[in-house]
Design a protein around this ligand. Structure first.
Ligand code: R2B
Ligand code: URA
Length: 316
């Protein structure tokens, strides 16, 4: 297939196509999306993925597979071949990639470096596939700050572990800062999908995104800990006072990359515990699974509403 016709042109934006910021890709004969085992020569990406409108990222492979089954069921789609959704990245076990109609579900692993690699390749994939009007989501888990466990948090903006509201990354030996926020209309549309759900609570707020699960999130139960309970609580109370609702490990990179790419993106995470009350995540896995389903439910409600609107628009 043609690698692409134009790069980042106004034509792309006008037609709702995903712009590509890197004009050097035009010089490639073949682009290998190495970590998802797809390329522009052997795979007809437009035929395979051209109808994708929603890309949902989440940490674990099994969670994204279950999410895809849920989407198939809720949208009344055919499951494809076999009982489980097809993994389009089966040529590698770095990440998994599932598709259910207009929804692509991608696993990203833990932390911004792992997310960043698959995000780059998925962004190129939706560009090569000529997808239009695409929205990205991260559907994840987190620690809550003063919230009842099981609450869904929609991120307004992400900050790093030192409260900086941008991703700080190193390129060619220099620090580059990229802001990480959610566009207000998208946040409001997503929040409105939580109306009339009395089975769980949804809030919006600032998300703290750290480089580590243990010391990075002020836990006392990691292999290393050079502070005490008082230091930890002073920090977490300050986190709360600064308006942070939850702590996880990818939102900052995810939103900074969405913002930089010009793709609308939002983050919905369920709290697995209240960090003001402890460090341990419960080992009641069926309870955790049912909570994880809450953020998926909310995003799927958004997707269904959008599909209804698009169909209404199409049918005049
Ligand atoms: C939430 O959970 C994971 C760590 O357990 C990490 O990926 C995150 O952001
Ligand atoms: N994920 C995190 O990053 N932190 C938590 O406390 C729970 C899930």
């Amino acid at each position: 297939m043609d690698i692409m016709t134009t790069v980042n042109g106004n034509e792309h934006v006008k037609h709702g196509l995903v712009p590509m910021k890197n004009s050097k890709l035009l010089q490639l004969k073949v682009d290998h999306l190495y970590h998802i085992a797809l390329d522009t020569e052997q795979h007809d990406l437009q035929t395979m993925f051209g109808d994708v409108k929603f890309v949902c990222f989440g940490g674990q492979v099994s969670r994204m597979e279950r999410f895809t089954s849920f989407v198939i069921q809720e949208l009344g789609l055919q499951p494809g071949t076999g009982d489980t959704p097809t993994n389009y990245a089966a040529g590698t076990d770095r990440y998994a990639l599932y598709k259910a109609g207009p929804v692509l579900a991608v696993s990203h692993g833990i932390g911004i470096p792992s997310l960043s690699v698959v995000f780059n390749e998925i962004l190129k994939l939706v560009h090569y596939a000529k997808c239009t009007d695409v929205t990205f989501f991260r559907i994840g888990t987190c620690g809550g700050v003063g919230l009842e466990p099981g609450t869904v948090v929609l991120t307004e903006k992400a900050v790093d572990g030192a409260f900086q509201p941008f991703l700080s990354t190193t390129i060619l030996g220099k620090k580059v800062q990229r802001p990480a926020y959610v566009e207000k209309p998208l946040l409001e549309e997503l929040l409105s999908c939580s109306e009339n759900t009395d089975d769980f609570k949804t809030v919006t707020g600032t998300t703290m995104c750290t480089d580590d699960f243990y010391e990075g999130q002020a836990r006392l139960d990691g292999a290393f800990c050079d502070y005490d309970e008082d230091d930890k609580m002073k920090f977490l109370n300050n986190v709360k006072a600064k308006g942070v609702c939850n702590i996880e490990m990818e939102s900052l990179g995810f939103l900074a990359m969405c913002n930089h790419a010009g793709v609308p993106g939002a983050v919905a995470c369920v709290t697995l515990l209240d960090r003001l009350k402890g460090d341990f995540v419960s080992t009641d896995f069926s309870l955790l699974k049912s909570w994880q389903h809450r953020a998926q439910k909310l995003v799927l409600r958004f997707i269904k509403r959008r599909i209804t609107q698009q169909n209404r628009h199409k049918n005049g």
